[in-house]
Every structure is written in structure tokens, then in C-alpha cells.
Design a protein around this ligand. Structure first.
Ligand code: AMP
Length: 201
């Protein structure tokens, strides 16, 4: 994995541990010479991450819709800014050029990007590892809800388990390196069966 896309807050968050986490991710990227792909902003945790890498002469690629570039949140010092038309196109591009994805604490933008890569993996449009850096237990309640969704029969356990989680970037990377995609066959058979599609066979 040489190119990793990070989703993270356009805000800093209220706990200084979040900024520390963004710096620890940058430190890992520097040590292992990993290229960053991200939302391209110069605000929040995104700024911490990009700036730390740039100070260490590492490659940072931003992907941003024109609409956001014009609002002047774009980072002017990054190695490359890819301008796209829409938010949907941005996610497509992120998925195309990255080998894996990490979500750091963030808000709806981060949740949206995280959901998108999870569903692409689920549908096997993509087979790339997705990890959550669970700094200060920020994602605990979301993960609890995902477990609830498994319990209630809306998310399959194997899809839930394929979302890799750690509060430590080294450990998270190790999990991502061992990632293996979930096969689609059984899942599709099961959801068809529960909807009565097998009664005519
Ligand atoms: P949020 O988690 O809601 O702060 O949104 C951050 C995520 O959504 C990032 O990973 C970005 O790709 C995208 N995003 C949201 N707001 C912005 C912004 N102002 N500038 C750039 N990207 C943004």
C-alpha cells in the first residue's frame, strides 16, 4: 500500500488527542513513505495531516470539487490538487487512485466518505482495505450501532468485521495489510432467499 486516502474532520475537534492522532498518522506515512490522498482542505485535522507531511517533503494529493476550491478552503501548498466537478466525482477519484482508506475522527463528510468505501467493498466494485482510527473512542457509538445493525439483520457480520478498527496507526496498518475481501455469492443468495426468491426453485 503506497497511496492511502484519509478521511478526517474539517474541524479540529474538542480534544487535543485528535490533532495528536492526525500527527501520528502523518508520522507513519513519513516513516513508510506513503503518499497521502485527501479532501484537499487547509482546515481542521486535514490541515494538520497535510502540513505535517509537507514539512517533511512528502507527497500530498488533494481532490476537491470546484465549489469548495472557490470557497477558499483549498490547501495552496500541496503537491497536486485534482479538481473535480462534484462530491460524487471526488469520492470516485479517491477510490480510483488509493490503495486503502483510513477514517480519522470527523463529521458528516467523514461519515459519508466512509460509508461510500464500505458499500463499494460490499458490492465488490472495489477490494481495498478500510480502517478506522478510533482515537479516544470517538467511533465507539458508531461501531456499537453497526453491531446493532448486524444484530437486527441489516448488516452482515462479515461486512461489519471487514471494517478494521484500532486506536493505534501501526496496528491499523497491520490489519489493513492482512485484509481479505468478503465474497458476494453467499450474501446475495441469503438476501434473495429471505425475500422469497427461492420458493419457485
Ligand atoms: P467533516 O468530517 O464533515 O468535517 O468533513 C470532512 C471530510 O469531508 C473530508 O475527508 C473531506 O474530504 C470532506 N470535506 C468536508 N468539508 C470539507 C471542506 N470544507 N474542505 C474540504 N473537504 C471537505
Amino acid at each position: 500500500m503506497t497511496t492511502i486516502c484519509v478521511f478526517c474532520g474539517s474541524s479540529m475537534g474538542n480534544n487535543p488527542l485528535y490533532q495528536k492522532a492526525a500527527k501520528s498518522v502523518a508520522g507513519y506515512f513519513i516513516k513508510h513513505n506513503i503518499r497521502l490522498v485527501y479532501g484537499g482542505a487547509q482546515v481542521g485535522l486535514m490541515k494538520i495531516l497535510a502540513d505535517t507531511l509537507l514539512e517533511n517533503n512528502k507527497e500530498v494529493i488533494g481532490i476537491m470539487p470546484g465549489l469548495l476550491i472557490e470557497k477558499e478552503v483549498a490547501h495552496s501548498g500541496i503537491s497536486q490538487m485534482i479538481r473535480v466537478e462534484t462530491m460524487a466525482e471526488r469520492k470516485e477519484k479517491m477510490m480510483e487512485i488509493s490503495d486503502g482508506f483510513i477514517a480519522l475522527p470527523g463529521g458528516f463528510g467523514t461519515f459519508d466518505e466512509l460509508s461510500e468505501v464500505l458499500i463499494y467493498n460490499q458490492l465488490r466494485i472495489m477490494d481495498k482495505p478500510v480502517g478506522i482510527l478510533n482515537t479516544a473512542g470517538y467511533f465507539d457509538k458508531m461501531l456499537e450501532f453497526f453491531d446493532h445493525s448486524v444484530h437486527e439483520g441489516f448488516v452482515r457480520a462479515e461486512h461489519r468485521n471487514n471494517l478494521l478498527v484500532s486506536d493505534d496507526i501501526e496496528k491499523l496498518f497491520r490489519l489493513m495489510q492482512q485484509y481479505s475481501p468478503v465474497s458476494m455469492g453467499k450474501w446475495l443468495e441469503d438476501i434473495k432467499a429471505e425475500s422469497g426468491h427461492n420458493i419457485h426453485h
